[in-house]
Ligand binder design. Structure first.
Ligand code: FMN
Length: 404
């Protein structure tokens, strides 16, 4: 029997039961000791809210915009690789749920369903995430394909030119589709629902890549292609070149340092995402929520600042907004939703977060998400800012620091 789903944690528990070990572990892990993965969640828990009473809590609104586009709440689905291995056609299911909920869905370059698959199956526009690859003509074609499919923003990921090691992925021999080893087959036998759903789809490899990238005709060559293709020489000039080709709203993902934030803004990007890739890259980096206030102070007056990493509830969303985020992205919460219950799981995830965000905003004495600011955070009288967090100090408007 499935227990009633009331939290994102419930979705995680159900996903762990239903998704093959290799793909569940791929989602629920961080790099090396996982200290940054843990810090992302723990630092949210350390932030406390101010409870207010005898204030009008009626007629509340969570609606706002992200890169100028209307959203029903300031939450977008982050780009996540191989969601179509959590459940058959996972990216399409997540994109449909996001469209119905009025929030953006971001399709990863490393997705199972291709840009064209999602565009065909979902009637709302979505966002596309690009990795910077050595094969520039493939890179350019991806940008052109995203534009042709009607994508309304491009998210360029900057923090994965080399890959942090996740021990579980090494031990599990992660591949998509899974290689038929004894251990994998034994595990798959315990996941009949997953196996059946996979038999019912033709989408089982990285379809943005296979047949599109030079020399990739089948999935066996993908892992070598990926290792060889991420370009470790990425520079701010390359970012500008991508912007020149794309021309639409560009969001730079993976900024954790105020100096990089200033350089990112100088490329002309519309927004940036404070992110440590969900604790999957630099183990030992600070949490995203701890990095957010300084970055907002540095560039918040010149660009939209989003954040991701560790959001597991609507309470976390409002804390990020209070510290200056114009919006947030969620990764694992919706990936667990896909693995647990497909489209319904993502809808559950977004409903849970929306309800928590709405009620929490009311308890904090606010009725409109656009009015939420640092005043809703509890700070004991005479105390310094909350542990790990730097006070938000907007800088005066003035000439930008030159990009490094
Ligand atoms: C399973 C998984 C796959 C991911 N794949 C990508 C990816 O392909 N591209 C990317 O930019 N970020 C990727 N990320 C990072 C997410 O976009 C996001 O930064 C992170 O998940 C946020 O942290 P959270 O999972 O705690 O919400 C991935 C994260 C997870 C959990």
């Amino acid at each position: 029997m499935t227990r009633t789903i009331t939290t994102v944690e419930d979705l995680r528990v159900l996903a762990e039961r239903r998704v093959p070990r290799m793909f569940y572990d791929y989602a629920d892990s961080g790099s090396w000791t996982e200290s940054t993965y843990r810090a992302n969640e723990a630092d949210f828990a350390a932030i406390k809210l101010r409870q207010r009473v005898a204030v009008d809590m009626s007629d509340r609104s969570l609606a706002t915009t992200m890169v100028g586009q209307p959203v029903s709440m300031p939450v977008a689905l982050a780009p996540c690789g191989i969601v179509g291995m959590q459940r058959a056609d996972g990216e399409i299911l997540a994109a449909r749920a996001a469209a119905k909920a009025g929030v953006p869905f971001t399709l990863s370059t490393m997705s199972i369903c291709s840009i064209e698959d999602v565009a065909e199956a979902v009637d709302q526009p979505f966002w596309f995430q690009l990795y910077f690859l050595r094969d520039r003509s493939f890179n350019d074609r991806l940008i052109d394909r995203a534009r042709a499919a009607g994508c309304t923003a491009l998210v360029l990921t900057l923090d994965l030119q080399i890959m942090g090691q996740r021990h579980k992925d090494v031990r599990n021999g992660l591949s998509a589709p899974p290689k038929p080893t004894f251990a994998t087959l034994a595990n798959l036998m315990t996941k009949p629902r997953w196996c059946l759903s996979m038999l019912g789809t033709k989408r089982r490899s990285l379809r943005n890549v296979v047949g599109h990238a030079e020399g990739v005709r089948d999935t066996r060559s993908i892992s070598s292609w990926t290792t060889e293709q991420f370009d470790p020489r990425l520079s701010w000039d390359d970012v500008r070149r991508i912007q020149d080709r794309w021309k639409g709203p560009l969001i730079l993902k993976g900024i954790l340092d105020p100096e990089d934030a200033a350089a990112a803004v100088n490329t002309g990007a519309e927004a940036l995402i404070v992110s440590n890739h969900g604790g999957r890259q630099l183990d030992g980096a600070i949490s995203s929520i701890a990095a957010l206030p300084e970055i907002v102070a540095e560039v918040g007056h010149r660009t939209e600042v989003f954040m991701d990493g560790g959001i597991r509830s609507g309470q976390d969303v409002i804390k990020a907004v209070a510290l200056g985020a114009k919006g947030v992205f969620i990764g694992r919460p919706y990936v667990y939703g896909v693995g647990a219950l497909g489209e319904r799981g993502v809808t559950h995830c977004l409903d849970i977060i929306r309800k928590e965000l709405d009620m929490t905003m009311a308890f904090c004495g606010r009725r409109d998400i656009r009015t939420v600011d640092g005043d809703i955070l509890h700070r004991p009288r005479g105390s310094s800012p909350q542990p790990g967090l730097v006070e938000r100090r907007p800088r005066p408007l003035g000439p930008a620091r030159q990009a490094g």
